[in-house]
Write a protein that binds this ligand. Structure first.
Ligand SMILES: Cc1cc2nc3c(=O)[nH]c(=O)nc-3n(C[C@H](O)[C@H](O)[C@H](O)COP(=O)(O)O)c2cc1C
Length: 352
């Protein structure tokens, strides 16, 4: 399937998510059919300074292709130089982050700040394209700054300066996740530009994805929170397009959860990353009974083997209907509003 210059197997993509879309997460999303995945945002300045953490965050394996990398930046010259560096890694897309609402990023004139500075935005995109050696440049934007929508103006600037794809998170900068996305703006941008448009915002299941494609005519959908603990969503979308419903069995969820822990162990190596494994396991089982019990068991785990043991015990208990019924509505409410489900510390880290 072609999305502009991009050759992908599916038009359901995995969104960049800081502290989440690492190698393990992306590998599993790809295995379940994500047509394109993204590394988390990194600073353009970090790239040109060879900052160790920056490079670690954007490293990817050849097996992961097609893959996108995402830059945060404000000076056209620096972002351009970072793109020239990234070309050596041969990613399939290089994205500019123009949506990050975090105060620290905004104060630094990056992310969503660029939404109100179209001249700067245009110059950055132009410089990115100039340095990209033909690798498609995408720009991920929101509908507008605090309280107005200027997505049509920004989309035109992005297209006019040579970007290949526009990704639209259909919320304004000030909107938190409890505000419904306004998908109709994705349709308006699609009407206006010739380059492919990727829609994003509250796709939590396959039906949402199909609805977004039908309502907005977007070329692809980008799934963020809907993929947490649910890489199956990509296969579900492809199956639903053919009229089929795919529901993973609890055994399959267990196998994938354990594979996720193994991949994290391999990628990260040391126990510092246990927290990330725990976070993902909670997401995998969040709609199963006994999730609160699972959380408290995981809390005290101090190595990867113990995590796997806890998963196995949990599955055995699920099989014997050991736990009382959970309230799925309540779980959904917490998850959708709080974003990072029970992990307030992480939420603070990501959202500043
Ligand atoms: C924990 C977390 C981290 C995120 N990190 C990034 C990021 O690094 N770059 C980016 O462009 N968007 C980031 N986002 C925004 C998502 O890519 C996406 O635009 C947003 O979550 C809306 O999609 P959704 O409703 O499918 O979750 C992040 C979102 C979450 C929840």
């Amino acid at each position: 399937m072609q999305v502009g210059k991009l050759n992908v197997d599916s038009n359901a993509f995995l969104a960049p998510m800081a502290e989440i879309t690492d190698y393990a997460f992306r590998t599993i999303a790809k295995k379940y059919g994500a047509g394109l995945t993204f590394t988390q945002m990194v600073s353009a300045e970090g790239v040109i300074k060879n900052n160790f953490d920056t490079l670690r965050f954007l490293t990817f394996s050849r097996k992961e292709k097609p893959i996108g990398v995402q830059l945060l930046g404000k000076e056209p010259d620096i972002v351009g130089k970072a793109v020239a560096e990234l070309v050596r890694f041969n990613p399939d897309v290089i994205d500019l982050n123009c949506g990050c609402p975090v105060e620290k990023v905004y104060a630094n004139k990056m992310g969503a700040y660029l939404l109100t500075h179209p001249d700067e935005l245009g110059k950055i995109v132009k410089e990115m394209v100039k340095n990209s050696s033909g690798i498609p440049i995408s720009v991920k934007i929101r509908l507008g700054p605090k309280d107005r929508v200027n997505v049509l103006e920004n989309a035109k600037i992005i297209e006019d300066n040579g970007a290949s794809v526009i990704i639209i998170h259909a919320r304004k900068r000030a909107d938190r996740y409890d505000v419904d996305p306004e998908w109709e703006w994705i349709a308006k941008v699609k009407d206006q530009v010739k380059i492919p448009v990727v829609g994003n915002g509250s796709v939590f299941d396959a039906e949402d994805a199909i609805n977004m494609m039908n309502e907005t005519k977007c070329d692809a959908v980008l799934v963020g929170r809907g993929a947490l603990g649910n890489p199956f969503i990509f296969k579900q979308i492809e199956e639903l397009k053919k009229g089929n419903k795919y529901i993973p069995t609890i055994e399959e969820i267990k196998t994938v959860a354990i594979e996720h822990v193994e991949l994290l162990r391999r990628e990260q190596g040391f126990d510092v990353h246990l927290d990330r494994a725990k976070k993902n396991i909670i997401w995998y089982f969040k709609y199963q009974n006994g999730v609160e019990n699972l959380i408290s068991e995981l809390y005290s785990a101090t190595d990867f083997d113990r995590i796997k043991e806890i998963i196995n015990i949990h599955i055995e208990k699920l099989a014997t209907n050991y736990y009382p019924q959970i309230d799925v509505e309540e779980i959904n409410r917490k998850f959708n509003n709080r974003v990072l489900f029970w992990l307030a510390k992480e939420e603070e880290k990501v959202f500043g």
